[in-house]
Design a binder for this molecule. Structure first.
Ligand code: DX5
Ligand code: ZN
Length: 221
């Protein structure tokens, strides 16, 4: 099992995206949070900005869509060049059709679950997805506190993925820091989003290394 770090740029300096992306060039992915002020009570950025990010990012783009009607919008983010597109289970009308469409566009298809959404309905269809995103905060804002009661859902997901033998990545997003990454790694996450922990650090590059090392040391076995 590989360990991947995907820093969220939600709280970076948006007036210098190129410079901010360059700071995390040692990360595996860059996590781009798209919010529409409907699915979540916040507005971040959309398709044209994602297109620009794809054009200058030294690492592949991991798009997290916190938007309504992903059935219509998610494929456009794949076409814009995001190599991974994650939509919310609560927002999609036809999640399987959408995941298949994303894969046809040569993008990794991810499905995200809000904290109160159970994993059970998805356990029989894990093969339809390349990544499951277990939210560890209510989506909408950076800098919130990690919800540790999500570790049970994470363990269940890891168990099911291992049982199928599929290479489905398990991502955690929300409140990941040096203090919380270990328990998330132990519970079975392999792909870690960290926003404020990385961009509030004095040296974002060094923080990415730090987080990766901690996650590796506490690898689920
Ligand atoms: C929350 C977003 C996260 C967030 C992470 O709605 O999906 O990606 O920006 O930020 P931190 O790491 O500060 O919780
Ligand atoms: Zn996110």
């Amino acid at each position: 099992m590989e360990t991947r770090i995907s820093p969220s740029i939600l709280n970076c300096d948006f007036s210098d995206l190129k410079g901010e992306l360059n700071k995390i060039r040692n990360a595996d992915w860059v996590h781009v949070d798209v919010m529409d002020n409907h699915f979540v009570p916040n507005l971040s950025l959309g398709l044209p900005v994602v297109e620009s990010i794809v054009g200058v990012s030294p690492i592949p783009v991991d798009c997290h869509l916190m938007i309504e009607n992903p059935d219509v919008w998610a494929p456009k983010y794949a076409e814009a060049g995001a190599k991974s597109v994650t939509f919310h289970a609560e927002a999609a009308t036809a999640p399987l059709r959408l995941a298949r469409e994303l894969r046809k566009l040569n993008t990794r298809a991810g499905i995200a679950l809000r904290p109160a959404t159970p994993i059970e309905p998805y356990l029989d269809i894990l093969d339809e997805f390349d990544m499951i995103l277990i939210m560890t905060v209510e989506p909408g804002f950076g800098g919130q506190k990690f919800i540790s009661s999500m570790m049970n859902k994470l363990r269940k997901t890891r168990e099911a993925v291992d049982k199928t033998g599929l290479d489905v990545w398990i991502q955690v997003d929300g409140g990941i820091s040096r203090q919380t990454i270990e328990i998330a790694a132990e519970a079975g996450a392999d792909t870690f989003v960290a926003g404020s922990a990385v961009y509030a650090a004095e040296d974002a590059y060094a923080e990415v290394e730090q987080l990766r090392n901690l996650a590796k040391q506490h690898h689920h076995s």
